[in-house]
Design a protein around this ligand. Structure first.
Ligand code: MCN
Length: 790
């Protein structure tokens, strides 16, 4: 069903100001640290200062004696009480079990790994007590990076494993060797994306309250996935989940980091059980840098072969993912998606791609906006431009040569996925038209005439959204579901409450879901409330929010539930109005008989009849309440796409790259709220530009993280970012109610390749090839020098 088929009040597609903003902007948000629970204590975590060491002993006696300290927890205390930290993505065929626990037991494997925890009257006392815990470490040889991990005599992170390689898997079809042998152009590169961090403004945190009389655990958690967190709390703590309630306050940014599940949740729960008091545990900024899941950190050896007309014949790639000292919740998930999306928007007849995960003494890897897709995009979009360069063809002509046509959808990529719909040529045109309007070619020509190095870069991306069908998730080894459930309820006054398993984290989904519900129910926005973030009252959504699924999955499911409720309302109205349900129209909070002016009944009247069981109102065979529930497990993901253009200037003396202008053309099917979609692309592109030019978590040769403040880890600020120019087209997803596709990661995915391609273009006369991001000034100067211009 397309959006036009439901009540068209114009709410879907309208630039409705975000309903949550008035509350948040005047400081009335309730973030985790704003919450105070009676009797609450505060905890702090002692973290390993070593990247690799044996724990010989821990003496916490002095800490226990400090006035104000209630309890101290060490790894040994948890061994018999809790399970190791869960890894729910079992993607590698021979993936080892995760032996890592919330607190390290006899060995630490990364700087920042939790070793002990103190709970006290407040955070200050808890931190003072941490300083009194005496841990005797016996340092072990450190594996700081990929080369060290793969060396013949590399120290092993786990004695029980054969090496630091935790698994390898491949996908492919067609004769890659044959295609390479017969190709007009064969380009080989080793590409690298540095390790970076999601860095939500609000760091991670939770409050756990274990009631010893009811044996129930109440958790407030800054999370994207309340139901998943409840499941994992239950499994890890070995308690039945009907005794666990997870609630989500306002979340000040999640960016995927808060999809993952961490040991601190377990520590807080156990400390609460032991003390009988609620326990708050919030990480500080340094902990956020060192202990929240990190991402990217992949190296890809890639070969691409093309015919002389630019037709891509084959792709071979080896993706090596630099894991940390343990598997995070999502295992090698992001690198798996990198590997399986390496064909991007192109038809490539022969493909051979391989993924390998390698353990190092760095922090565990996990989820961050884009989840493997900026990496894939960097590979296929760098390689397409290099092929064009080699064949002396226009870059976008090569893109077009390899796009599937609109009639080719559903389009199987040859590696796991089938794209549902797309008009890639149109989207590229949209981007190029906008760039032409903004006069980039003339600006570049003029700059070059003035001796300035200005370049234009493009990147065309495909985005996996609405993750996803449980069938596909399970098939590839994800141990959770991909459906959504929604409940819509009308009260006795005709007002509507929509219950969702989605959890807002700043992306505006509350507003979008209100728009969808109001439009489908035929009521004004102010008559709808969206309830989220409580495992007791909200529906089960095993996935929660992430992978840009809020609009398509959350919205599509709510739309169907609301349609069901409208059907019931029509049946009741038909009885009251003595008309046939199919002759009724819904609008403005009332149901009218089509073509009979004045013959209508309001939702309030129906509500009153339904809840008070007024005999003259209700049909006898209808049950009392006005509520509908819908479960939606889609047949496919929804595949968004977009084209990014970047105009950059490079200073050859300093190696500094500046973005002069930036265009994104985009297609996410039916747009619920264009203002939110624009804002999402702005924010995503800001993060993607950070990844392209500035951001890097730097580990030294002892695997000490040297970038633990915003003075060392550079984020782009308003001053570095361009004014974004956005253009949209709409190709609705045929299999999603309403036709929405997600887009929350689009801006992040396209940026690194577009910026790198633009820098290449700016330095085309030198033949510089950007092989790694971030393109920091020292890195770029080195590339310029090695190209012979220094
Ligand atoms: N939207 C729309 N119409 C569409 C698609 C999206 O109006 N066809 C709007 C929706 O209103 C929704 C927003 O765009 O509020 C993003 O929708 P969607 O793409 O479905 O993504 P999710 O709601 O699932 O949000 C998650 C996504 C991801 S995966 C990350 S990571 C992310 C992101 O969105 N983290 C964010 N955006 C973020 N924005 C903020 N401010 N903070 C984060 O932590």
């Amino acid at each position: 069903m397309a959006v036009e088929d439901v009540v068209d009040s114009g709410l879907v597609g309208a630039r409705v100001p975000r309903l949550e903003d008035p509350r948040l902007l005047v400081g009335r948000g309730q973030y985790l640290d704003d919450m105070v629970v009676p009797g609450m204590l505060e905890a702090a975590v002692l973290r390993s200062p070593f990247a690799h060491a044996r724990i010989v002993s821990i003496d916490a006696s002095a800490a226990r004696e400090l006035p104000g300290v209630f309890d101290v927890l060490v790894g040994e205390d948890l061994v018999d009480l809790v399970e190791p930290q869960p890894v729910i993505y079992r993607l590698l065929p021979d993936q080892p079990e995760n032996p890592v626990r919330a607190l390290a037991v006899d060995r630490v494997r990364w700087v920042g790994q939790p070793v002990a925890a103190v709970v006290a009257t407040d955070r200050y006392v808890a931190e003072d007590a941490l300083a009194l815990i005496d841990v005797d470490y016996d340092p072990l040889p450190v594996v700081p990076d990929l080369a060290a991990a793969l060396a013949a005599d590399a120290p092993k992170l786990y004695d029980e494993l054969d090496s630091n390689v935790v698994g390898s898997m491949g996908f492919g079809e067609g004769d890659v060797d044959g295609a390479i042998a017969g190709a007009a152009a064969v380009v080989r590169e080793r590409l690298r994306l540095a390790r970076i961090a999601g860095l939500p403004l609000e760091t991670r945190g939770c409050i756990a309250s274990w009631d010893r009389y009811t044996d129930a655990l109440d958790v407030w958690l800054s999370t994207q996935s309340p139901n998943l967190a409840r499941d994992l709390l239950g499994e890890t703590l070995r308690i039945p989940i009907h005794r666990i309630r997870v609630r989500v306050p306002d979340v000040g940014g999640g960016f995927g980091n808060k999809f993952d599940f961490y040991g601190e949740e377990i520590v807080a729960a156990i400390l609460s059980r032991r003390t009988g008091r609620p326990v708050k545990l919030i990480e500080d900024r340094i902990e956020s840098f060192t202990a929240t899941s990190q991402s990217r950190d992949v190296e890809i050896d890639v070969t691409i072969a093309a015919a002389d007309d630019g037709a891509i014949l084959a792709l071979r790639a080896d993706v090596v993912c630099v894991l940390g000292g343990a598997m995070g919740t999502v295992g090698v998930g992001p690198a798996w998606l990198t590997t399986t999306m390496l064909t991007g928007p192109y038809r490539i007849p022969a493909v051979d791609v391989r993924l390998t995960g390698v353990l190092t003494n760095r922090a565990p890897m996990g989820s961050y906006r884009g989840w493997g897709q900026p990496e894939a995009n960097f590979v296929y979009e760098r390689m397409v431009e290099l092929v064009a360069r080699e064949l002396k063809l226009d870059r976008n002509a090569v893109r077009r040569r390899n796009f599937p046509a609109p009639d080719d959808f559903p389009f199987p990529t040859g590696v796991v996925f089938t794209y549902d719909s797309g008009r890639y040529d149109d989207c590229l045109d949209l981007c190029l038209d906008r760039i032409a309007e903004r006069g980039w070619a003339a600006r570049q020509e003029q700059a070059r005439a003035e001796g300035r190095s200005v370049g234009i870069g493009y990147s065309f991306h495909v985005e996996a959204t609405a993750f996803g069908p449980s069938r596909i998730l399970n098939l590839v080894g994800l141990q959770h579901s991909g459906f959504d459930e929604a409940v819509v309820r009308m009260d006795s006054t005709g007002r509507v409450t929509a219950f969702t398993g989605q959890a807002p984290m700043g992306q505006g989904i509350e507003t979008a879901l209100t728009q969808i519900t109001a439009q489908t129910m035929g009521v004004p926005l102010e008559d709808v409330t969206v309830e989220w973030g409580d495992t007791t009252s909200c529906p089960y959504t095993g996935y929660g929010t992430g992978a840009s699924r809020g609009a398509a999955m959350g919205g599509g499911t709510l739309m169907r539930a609301a349609e069901q409720l409208v059907s019931k309302l029509k049946r009741i109205a038909a009885h009251m109005l003595e008309a046939a349900p199919e002759d009724l129209d819904v609008a403005d909070g009332k149901i009218s008989v089509r073509g009979v002016p004045g013959r209508s009944i309001s939702y309030a009247e129906i509500g009153r009849a339904a809840y008070r069981r007024l005999l003259d109102g209700m049909p006898e065979d209808e049950d009392a309440t006005l509520e509908a529930r819908y479960v939606f497990d889609p047949e496919n993901l929804a595949w968004s796409y977009g084209c990014t253009g970047a105009l950059v200037e490079v200073d050859r003396e300093t190696g500094v790259t500046r973005i002069l202008d930036y265009v994104v053309a985009h297609d996410c099917g039916t747009v619920i709220n264009p203002t939110i979609v624009d804002g999402q692309i702005h924010g995503g592109a800001a993060q993607g530009i950070g990844e392209a030019l500035y951001e890097e978590l730097v580990y030294d040769d002892q695997a000490q993280l040297t970038t633990t403040t915003f003075a060392d880890y550079l984020l782009p600020t308003f001053g570095e970012l361009p004014r974004f120019s956005l253009a949209h087209q709409s190709t609705p997803a045929p299999h999603i109610p309403g036709g929405m596709k997600g887009m929350g990661e689009a801006g992040t995915i396209g940026a690194p390749a577009a910026v790198a391609n633009a820098v290449d273009d700016a330095l085309a006369d030198l033949g510089v090839t950007i092989a790694a991001v971030p393109i920091t000034p020292p890195r770029l100067l080195a590339a310029i020098r090695s190209a012979g211009a220094g």
